[in-house]
Design a protein around this ligand. Sequence first.
Ligand SMILES: *Cc1c(COP(=O)(O)O)cnc(C)c1O
Length: 391
Amino acid sequence: MSDTYRELNPPVRLLLGPGPSNVDPRVLRAMSAPLLGHLDPEFVKIMDESKRLLQYTFQTENYLTLPVSATGSAGMEAALCNMIEPGDTALVCVSGVFGERMCDIVERCQGKLLRVDAEWGHVVQPEEVEAVLKQNQVKVVAIVHAETSTGAHQPLGDIGRLAHEHDALFLVDTVTSLGGCPVKVDEWHLDVVYSGTQKCLSCPPGLAPITFGPRAVKALEARKTKVQSWYLDMTMVQRYWSQERFYHHTAPISMNYAFREALRLVHEEGLEARWERHQLNHRALLAGLQAMGIQPFAQEGHRLPSLNSVRIPEGVNDARVRSRLLLDFGIEIGGGLGKVKGQIWRIGLMGYNATRKTVLTFLSALEPILRSEGARFEAGAALPAAEKVYG
Ligand SMILES: *Cc1c(COP(=O)(O)O)cnc(C)c1O
């Protein structure tokens, strides 16, 4: 073979899609540190520190709190397959792609699937969940807190309370909310919660933080059958992350370095400040977009700060705009998935990218592209509208 391969040299992008988001240079530096053995006392110390930082980030005292060694979808799978035994009933709230994915996993676990659907862009209503809970013996109520496919921000309080009143576990996907908006596991009595690293935690993709509360641990201990997945069986993974350090699999060392540094950044900034930062930049972005005639897609009052879904203006070519953003400006945004493909854009302002500089850069890049697409709006109005929010 005479092929030659050049050294890897990917272009620098501004990642404003549904994830991954850009990461702080500190996180990249941490990843290039020398490898340790995965049972080395120095690595064990890193595991312990990461676990404490993760408990802070999840706002929980749960001892069963750790990063699963795989992406967010593995967190989803771990949460569901540890809680659902064949024949158990799970009620899944569906308002987008990730709710659908949960349904698929419940069926693969041979669970009995019940679902409550909401229109895409809207949130699930507690009354509809209550109606199903009254008619059925449900073991798990599963819901997506931040539906990345639609930009909707699902309230958890009432549905969680109803789940507990009917003796069901409350299982929540926080992949696009953790580190970007409030997620208070203990205060909100959430039983099983998972996330991913590459969204608002601004760490590369590769780990799925997860936490199990006391009721979930009890359900795990009461299982009559083995967890279907060997790799995601929390009874075993937990033994590796506990003081026992029982060998289960080799932790991805460099990813765990990155994870610790990303969580250290969350801790340094403080959760409250981080949530406020996401809110502020979300408001500024929307103000700028609205000044260009672009309207939000998700239901008013339930819009995610971390994932801004907006309707593509009439007559504007979706693919051409996104490709020009990428090629001319190095900016990535997301298109619509599934039934909203071609109808919406998804603009992520996650973690490291939720800044004034990012918002102003993006608006400045989008304006000339939209104008050349024939969109009509007042020239130069976007930046002042965003600036007004910053005050
Ligand atoms: C991204 C995402 C996932 C899946 O995470 P991967 O890291 O892509 O496997 C699951 N749920 C939601 C809400 C997400 O946004």
